[in-house]
Write a protein that binds this ligand. Structure first.
Ligand SMILES: [Zn+2]
Length: 470
């Protein structure tokens, strides 16, 4: 009797094992022949919840039919989805959400993407908005071992969508340019359509504009950690503001940094303002950063007072202006690639001349890019190309001049001088092996050659603005 029961039991477990084996076979066949969306996440769920093989098969079939979406995304899945969304936009992410890799949808990543709810400027720039953004972005930043450090404020424009939006927190219309604050009575939506109609009418009449760009101002810490630029002002603009309004905005930013307990008090004083080559902002920077000279009472005086020719004018608390060198390299290249070019000791160094002389460079691999492409850039914002052109002009210096005609020798001398100047300018930014002293020595050499040529040729060498910024 007992033997019979044992036999039956064995028979039952054998049957179960066979069933199980068949289910595993079926599962293996399914995943090796069909694309199961989100397979790794499905298997991880199966493991976690202890599904049987047949339940896993059933779930995999549901996933194939689009009726089961395993959503236990890993950090990598989410990071990948955010990257795809930033690079390829909504359409690219949608495609990869529907593909077997089944990345998280835009909806799923929306909450993780929006780490900070920054205030967007509506109408006039408010110090309270800037203060709030400073708190959001700098409140949690640990000043670290170095404590308070020097801070840079930078400002530039980025392209926007060129559309209006509704800001539900403040019931306002966002996205209108700076003109709107003088032309519209209110930005509040209110209870009816009056303000929307007023805005539409003013836009149609061309009195105000939908900001196609955002003026962004950011503070960054000169510290070993967390040194990225953190945007505290996001302002839609049509880029038609005045020098005066530009200066007022900068003053508000400076003031906000001083006022905020998460600004100067916690992270250190503002020491420089960086900008691109925007004309109105340049003028504003001269107003703010050029009104007092470093005097005897200043701790920097003993180091700087002997340096002949150094601009010792600063703003309040030693604030200086700083033009982004990437922009300067691009502007130099734009000038070189023009017909007017740069005049150096009687030689006009322009696109045509450079085209002829770059051909003389031997041992240079032009397979990636032709001389023509280098001198006729499709994208004037291409910084690596600009640096390459400046370096190539420096490479023309060692050309063997023994066979040159007297006219060619004269031209080569001028190009070599310019090359020497560009080398001294670019090297500190592209050669990480230089020490700080070597970088400064090189920039001073650049400043001296540039100064001599500017005194000699004035605007035929470079424009006053570009010379000033350099
Ligand atoms: Zn406007």
């Amino acid at each position: 009797m007992f033997k019979q029961i044992k036999k039956n039991n064995q028979w039952i477990s054998l049957k179960a094992a066979r069933r199980n084996r068949d289910a595993y076979k079926q599962l293996f066949e399914l995943i090796s022949t069909r694309e199961v969306p989100g397979l790794s996440r499905l298997l991880s769920n199966a493991q976690k919840e202890g599904w049987s093989a047949s339940k896993t098969v059933a779930k995999a079939e549901l996933a194939i039919d689009g009726k089961y979406h395993p959503k236990n995304f890993t950090e990598l899945d989410k990071d990948l989805a955010i990257l795809i969304y930033e690079l390829g936009g909504g359409a690219a992410l949608h495609a990869l959400n529907k593909a077997p890799i089944m990345l998280p949808s835009r909806h799923t990543i929306a909450d993780i993407r929006c780490q900070h709810n920054l205030r967007i400027t509506v109408g006039d720039v408010n110090i309270s908005d800037i203060l709030e953004n400073i708190e959001i972005l700098f409140g949690d930043v640990d000043p670290g071992d170095c404590g308070r450090v020097c801070i840079t404020l930078s400002q530039d424009e980025i392209a926007g969508d060129g559309r209006l939006c509704y800001l539900d927190e403040t019931d306002e219309i966002g996205g209108l340019c700076e003109h709107a604050m003088t032309k519209l009575k209110t930005f509040k939506m209110g209870e009816d359509l009056t303000s929307v109609e007023a805005a539409v009418k003013a836009i149609r009449a061309g009195d105000i504009h939908v900001g196609k760009e955002f003026s962004v101002a950011a503070f960054s810490r000169h510290a070993p950690t967390d040194y990225g630029a953190k945007p505290v002002l996001l302002m839609p603009t049509c880029k038609k503001g005045s020098t005066q309004s530009s200066a007022e905005i900068l003053q508000k930013l400076i003031h906000a940094w001083k006022l905020s307990p998460f600004g100067e008090a916690k992270h250190g004083p503002l020491k420089s303002i960086a900008s691109d080559g925007d004309g109105r902002r340049r003028a504003a920077l001269y107003l703010i950063c050029m009104h007092r000279q470093v005097g005897r009472d200043d701790p920097l005086y003993e180091f700087l007072s002997d340096l002949a020719g150094l601009n010792l004018y600063t703003g309040v608390d030693g604030l200086t202006m700083d033009f982004d060198y990437k922009h300067l390299f691009k502007r130099l290249c734009t000038l070189l690639c023009s017909k007017e070019g740069m005049l150096v000791n009687g030689v006009v160094i322009n696109k045509a001349l450079l085209g002829q002389w770059l051909e003389k460079l031997t041992g240079y691999d032009w397979s990636d890019e032709s001389i023509h492409a280098l001198l006729n850039p499709k994208d004037p914002q291409d910084v690596p190309r600009a640096v390459k052109l400046l370096c190539l002009i420096a490479d023309l210096r060692p050309l063997d001049s023994t066979e040159f005609t007297p006219a060619e020798k004269n031209t080569h001398r001028a190009i070599s001088l310019l090359g020497e100047m560009f080398d001294a300018l670019v090297e500190p930014f592209i050669n990480p092996a230089l020490s700080l002293s070597e970088q400064i020595t090189s920039l001073i050499k650049f400043a001296h050659i540039g100064c001599a040529l500017f005194i000699k040729h004035e605007a035929d060498f470079v424009s006053n603005q570009l010379y000033g910024d350099l």
